[in-house]
Design a protein around this ligand. Structure first.
Ligand code: C2E
Ligand code: CA
Ligand code: CA
Length: 558
């Protein structure tokens, strides 16, 4: 009872919340007027004159009129009620409107956020968002001392799909791959993203073991196995997959993705499948002692040594240039040839730093020789990583400017397999480098999966016939035919033909007869440190001049 009167009181209060309304005043006035009219009518009907005293008397003695006196208050209350109700209604309407506007704004903000985080084609997370999420999970992993796994998956031969079936079909394939991969990692808590082009990334927090990462990679491979149908065609998909683990292989998101990418490139170069960046170190010491830390230290502390091997223009009998070949003077393991650390540096995603060091040192030496009057070229070997980096041409330009070396002096040696890894991206970088006037050389020619149509499109200046053909060319007719054929092919395409691995004089003589342009090998000079190269150059000049004089003298006697 008490409760219900409290409710009434609060309702009444709410009715008067906005003060006395005009409806209440009108209601009161109309009802009052009606009361007055009724009282006057009652006086007139009784036959009495219409005086104030008679009106008062009628009011006091007529119970009907007395009852009627309540009406102005009833109407006033009614008017106040109506006003309060309509005020409530309009208040509700405008509240509803602003609530609607607010939710629309939130929806737009959510959509903008989604577009920023999402890859437009596949609807997966995009690279930026992936790295952001990964960085966050690395933060958690650092606190909890757990591990984080990253997988980079790259479709094999995807540029051919685009070339042969068109970009629209390429997009359909990518969408289908995205769907399949999403299914494969469903309920694993992993974040899947499209990192760009035909490359996908996966990160998994609180990784229990590297086995779990391997299993995920396997599952990804399995879902890609069924052929993908494009209209009436069925297409077999394959992918190369690389995996890296925090903190074993890198300490930040970029490093981790790079390491996984390096492992993927390595897997691709060895025919596809899955590869993991390996680290035998305990997790706590991994960062300190890992190969990446060691190699980084090697770069900073000048443990690397750049050897140079002469390249001879066999037709003009001149020094054409030198090839820069890196070695590592390891504090414990001694002098290491590139074969012992380059593949591991590639897997650890360190080739960028290493190539930068090599380029810098190579240009520095070249500039020094130039000052001494030796205007010769310098060739540098580059791995696929650099050619996938769209900023690489800018780095080259900056280094050439820093050492004041003309761009034609520099030759970039790349292997056929490097070129095959992601044709579109590498082709783009290679074309830009070539447009700068830098020469492109195709190294180890004949050993990779070369495509002649690709060779035609490539802005190369030279092909380097692989050592394996040169070694046996005087004993094997097949190898001789390959060497001869390659020189002719190179010339037909307007390229210089270079032969490497010349260990005997008769090999050099035969190569000159075959029209080979440049030769390189232990017979002329082994790879050597810079100081030794200077001595070699001085001696070569001496020998060369002596030979020219001897030839002139011999000619004079006839
Ligand atoms: P490559 O580019 O094919 O280099 C030529 C290799 O053949 C060198 O081995 C060189 O020492 C060797 N060689 C030259 N002439 C002869 C010869 O007459 N007989 C024999 N038996 N061998 C000869 P090296 O220096 O051990 O380099 C091995 C590979 O390591 C190189 O092969 C190259 O692919 C890679 N490499 C070396 N330096 C670098 C670098 O700075 N960056 C990159 N990305 N790779 C490098
Ligand atoms: Ca080379
Ligand atoms: Ca070679």
């Amino acid at each position: 009872m008490q409760q219900s009167s409290a409710v009434y009181l609060s309702r009444l209060k709410s009715v008067f919340r906005g003060g006395i309304s005009s409806y209440a005043i009108y209601g009161f006035a109309i009802a009052l007027f009606a009361v007055l009219l009724a009282t006057a009518a009652a006086v007139m009907l009784s036959g009495a004159p219409l005086t104030f005293a008679n009106l008062l008397a009628a009011q006091l003695h007529n119970p009907m009129l007395l009852a009627l006196d309540v009406m102005p208050f009833v109407f006033a209350l009614w008017g106040q009620g109506v006003a309060a109700m309509s005020a409530d209604e309009s208040g509700n309407a405008s509240r509803k409107k602003s609530e609607h506007e607010q939710s629309e704004k939130l929806a737009l903000q959510a959509e903008a956020r989604r577009l920023e985080q999402e890859d437009a084609l596949t609807g997966l997370a995009n690279r930026a968002y992936f790295l952001q999420q990964l960085e966050a999970s690395l933060g958690t992993a650092q606190l909890n001392r757990t591990r984080v796994g990253v997988i980079v998956l790259d479709l094999d031969g995807f540029s051919e799909v685009n070339d042969q079936f068109g970009a629209a079909n390429g997009d359909r394939v990518l969408k289908s791959v995205a769907r399949r991969l999403s299914n494969a990692v469903e309920n694993t808590g992993a974040v899947l993203a499209r990192l760009g082009g035909n490359s996908f990334g996966l990160s998994i927090g609180a990784l229990q073991s590297t086995k779990a990462l391997e299993e995920l990679a396997e599952r990804m491979q399995d879902v890609l196995a069924p052929p993908c149908t494009l209209d009436k065609l069925s297409l077999n998909l394959a992918a190369s997959i690389g995996g890296a683990v925090y903190p074993d292989n890198a300490s930040d998101s970029y490093g981790l993705v790079n390491a996984a990418d390096g492992a993927m490139q390595h897997a691709k170069a060895s025919g596809g499948g899955f590869e993991l960046v390996q680290s035998a170190m305990p997790i706590e010491d991994a960062e300190m002692h890992s190969l990446s830390a060691e190699l980084r230290a090697a770069i900073d502390e000048d443990q690397l040594v750049l050897y140079l091997q002469p390249l001879i223009d066999i037709q003009a009998d001149e020094v054409h240039g030198v090839e820069a070949l890196v070695r590592w003077q390891h504090p414990r393991r001694g002098f290491l040839p590139p074969g012992e650390f380059i593949p591991r540096a590639e897997r650890a995603g360190l080739m960028h730093d290493l190539s930068k060091w090599v380029l810098r040192r190579a240009l520095e030496y070249n500039a020094a020789l130039r000052k001494e009057g030796w205007s010769i070229g310098v060739s540098v070997n580059l791995s696929a990583r650099s050619l996938l980096d769209p900023e690489f041409p800018d780095l080259l330009a900056a280094l050439l400017a820093e050492y004041d070396v003309p761009s034609e002096v520099l030759t970039i040696e790349i292997t056929e397999d490097t070129l095959m890894s992601d044709q579109r991206r590498t082709m783009d970088v290679v074309t830009r480098v070539s447009n700068m006037g830098i020469h492109i050389s195709i190294d180890d020619f004949g050993t990779g999966y070369s495509q002649l149509t690709y060779l035609k499109r490539l802005p190369a200046s030279e092909i380097k016939i692989d050592r394996s053909f040169v070694t046996d060319m005087l004993e094997s007719d097949t190898d001789l035919a390959i060497v001869k054929g390659t020189i002719e092919l190179g010339h037909a395409l307007g390229l210089r033909a270079v032969a490497e691995g010349i260990e005997y004089e008769n090999q050099s003589i035969r190569l000159r007869e075959l029209g080979c342009d440049i030769i390189q090998g232990y017979y002329m000079g082994r790879p050597m440190p810079f100081d030794k190269l200077r001595e070699w150059l001085a001696e070569w000049q001496l020998h060369h001049q002596a030979r020219v004089v001897a030839v002139a003298e011999a000619g004079g006697r006839h």
